[in-house]
Design a binder for this molecule. Sequence first.
Ligand code: APR
Length: 333
Amino acid sequence: MKVTVIGAGNVGATVANVIVQKNFAGEVVLLDIREGYAEGKAMDMNQASTILGSFTKVTGVTNDYAATANSKVVVVTSGIPRKPGMTREELIDTNASIVKDVVSKAREYSPDAIFIIISNPMDTMTYLTMKATGLPRNKVLGLGGMLDSARFKYYITKALQAEGIDASLTDVEGMVIGGHNDKTMVPLIKYASYRGIPVTNIINWDAILDAARETKKGGATLTQLIGTSAWYAPGAAVATLVEAIVTDAKKLIPCCVYLDGEYGQKDVCIGVPVVLGENGAEKIVDINLDGPEFKYFNASVEAARETNALLVNALKNVTEADEPEKKAKTKKK
Ligand code: APR
């Protein structure tokens, strides 16, 4: 089974590397626009496999979409990451044109592939992919919820530890839905648990609210510390989504998907719990939100719609910027 990862930078290379370490796919094709870059990363990973024993072969290519043909899954990480102080939404002008271009090319060679979008602003880039490829909605997903949930679990574990419980990171469950957005993502506080025990029964409400607040700015915190956006948890999360699809695992994972009436919303891509299997997003689980979660989720949807509305301009700017070049070419002829 072939998996393509577009963009061999921090996130893309980590996705490929975790897939190789997990050892469930036949081949990973890593594609980048930078000459030789993906080839180099692929060579390094293949050399690591001689030590670690993975059978997953990695092929690196420079912009050669023919090498990606007939992929089961295409992961899109191409584009720029944010710098300290930036929001994900500020990346739209650069990333919209890149994402539109790469998904269209990848779709040509892998018409049956399932697309997973990572490039930010992710909810809007997922929406753009739906529109640009015309794929059915089960075949287009975005990474947000699983990563934000990982951060939520991390901060709840820290809160338990601060209460004197030396909790393991793997014993905490928590889910974040809504947009992959610092202000409006929705950590589902009342469902967070410590091995099935609601954390609200163990730690005080203020500590849980703090964990939720830290979760929302979790990406920004890392960007501030590292100087660019994170890659280890994003890479692990994406590889897990790919694995769930390739192995038909039927895992319930919060992902960004196109809503068509679920959660009372239409024509928007946003994070909700989804069952992932060989057909991609096989089932959206509607958890009947009420109270503050319902209000916050709807606000998150509105924020995503506002960013989606910027797409027209973002793509128009690109066309206009291209225009002088196109005119010059026409003249030469
Ligand atoms: N086609 C293929 N690759 C491209 C293209 C393109 N049109 N444009 C850019 N790239 C490549 C770059 O050459 C680079 O190697 O995408 C890669 C991006 O890697 P990084 O700069 O390291 O960025 P990264 O941290 O991986 O983030 C990528 O994921 O989490 C999001 O916000 C983040 O949008 C960003 C994306």
